[in-house]
Design a protein around this ligand. Structure first.
Ligand SMILES: Cc1ncc(COP(=O)(O)O)c(C=O)c1O
Length: 423
């Protein structure tokens, strides 16, 4: 039996209906933007393995940093202890984050980063004896799969089974072109009618919704209303963080600053699972008290794992290098050129580009379902051609590692053009 067959025996895969899904592809090796399966078939990883891997697979620089840390101090509990990689990483993050971010809380994945953000926002008001238990979120948002994150997420079939068991969330429209006023009005109404603790959003790009984009100026307006009403703003940069939008953080496009930020995915360059939630001093001070009950009673065993911190420090060093910044610009320019070429294709309804993110929507008679026939046809076509792309319904998006070569990128574009011929 090969790996793919052996895998079937015991492994339960994410977002997978095992009765109808194809066998999993067993990957043996990765280098740069490429992956090879157990039959030695080559794939271009055009979505950076769910957006985690900007600097390429098996990156030597990050691997060396991890090895060095593993053989110095692999882990120590973060309750009552600290260590150099955590101190260095927090100092580095404070240097590159929006200037109002002052406190760093570590966890393991994007969902927990969001979970912590929501818990902190709610407990901040609880500590002040104020009842504020509602969260505002965008329609079609995705913030993760744990209960708090799931409540904030608006992709309904992901969360349908848990409907009655989630915290109160008021959903408002995304301020995409034409919906700006509706979004503003809905936010103002939500704040008036509910006891809102926070507004959570994916800044500028809703990843899982299909790279849906909206303007920074519109988000600024929404954030301003929140500020006027002392509702905290939570920027979930789990997907957008670390260069994806062309700036280090999507929030760098804003005039205002969020109160809380969630980071994960590219934080460690796709090596060690790690996440971080960052806060203003004001929020931290809401927990700083002689009363122990006002502390944040939240923690994970692997909080601030030193190896993860070392991987993150190496990743940020790579991100900030001239070479990587040039790569981001290069990929963006190529995307814009491809957009010019493809936008008038008779089967394409819209295209959008921000930083290294490209998306196009295929014209369909009705709204294609997230995991429907069109999506599966496209996905299978791409896999057959050796390009890893995961369309969302009728939306095809590219979010490649920044180090993808021009030739590899060209193959991705060409394969998308070919796919348009079969739909
Ligand atoms: C914006 C955003 N937030 C949170 C998450 C959840 O992250 P994780 O899958 O690491 O729990 C994701 C995952 O795609 C995401 O895109």
């Amino acid at each position: 039996m090969n790996l793919s067959e052996r895998d079937k025996k015991h492994n339960w895969h994410p977002y997978t209906q095992h009765k109808t899904s194809q066998p999993e592809i067993a990957i043996l090796k990765g280098e740069g933007a490429l992956l090879w399966d157990e039959n030695n078939k080559e794939y271009i990883d055009a979505i950076a393995s769910w957006w985690v891997n900007p600097y390429g697979h098996s990156n030597q620089f990050i691997a060396d940093a991890i090895y060095k840390q593993l053989t110095t101090l692999e882990h120590v509990l973060f309750g009552g202890f600290t260590h150099e990689p955590a101190v260095l990483l927090s100092e580095k993050l404070i240097e590159i984050l929006p200037k109002n971010q002052q406190k760093i809380f570590f966890s393991d994945n994007g969902s927990t980063a969001v979970e912590i953000a929501i818990k902190v926002a709610m407990q901040y008001f609880y500590n002040k004896n104020e009842k504020r238990t509602t969260i505002i979120a965008f329609e079609n948002a995705f913030h993760g799969d744990t209960f708090g994150a799931m409540a904030a997420s608006g992709i309904s079939f992901f969360t349908e089974a848990f409907k009655g068991s989630l915290i109160q969330v008021v959903r408002i429209p995304v301020p995409t072109i034409g919906n700006e006023k509706e979004s503003l009005d809905a936010l103002a109404k939500a704040i008036k009618e509910y006891d809102c603790a926070a507004f959570i959003f994916e800044p500028l790009v809703q990843g899982a919704a299909g790279m849906v984009m909206y303007e920074a100026s519109e988000l600024d307006k929404l954030m301003k209303i929140c500020k006027e009403n002392q509702v905290f703003t939570i920027a979930d940069e789990v997907m957008t963080g670390f260069g994806k939008t062309g700036k280090t953080f999507a929030c760098n496009y804003l005039e205002g600053k969020p109160d809380i930020m969630c980071l994960s995915k590219a934080l460690t360059g796709g090596t060690i699972p790690m996440a971080i939630t960052t806060f203003t001093q004001e929020i931290f001070d809401g927990f700083y008290d002689d009363d122990v009950n006002k502390a944040l009673f939240h923690g994970h065993t692997f909080t601030a794992n030193p190896t993860g911190c070392a991987a993150a420090l190496a990743s940020i060093q790579l991100l900030k290098s001239d070479e990587m910044q040039e790569n981001i610009e290069r990929v963006n320019k190529r995307h814009l050129q491809f957009q010019e070429k493809i936008k008038r294709h008779p089967k394409v309804s819209t295209t959008r580009v921000l930083g290294v993110i490209f998306a196009l929507e295929i014209k369909t008679d009705s709204k294609a379902s997230y995991y429907g026939g069109l999506r599966n046809k496209l996905y299978n076509f791409f896999i057959e051609k050796g390009v890893i792309l995961r369309p969302v319904g009728n939306i095809i998006y590219i979010l490649p590692p920044y180090i993808i070569t021009n030739e590899q990128l060209q193959k991705v574009y060409q394969t998308i053009e070919e796919a348009l011929e079969i739909v």
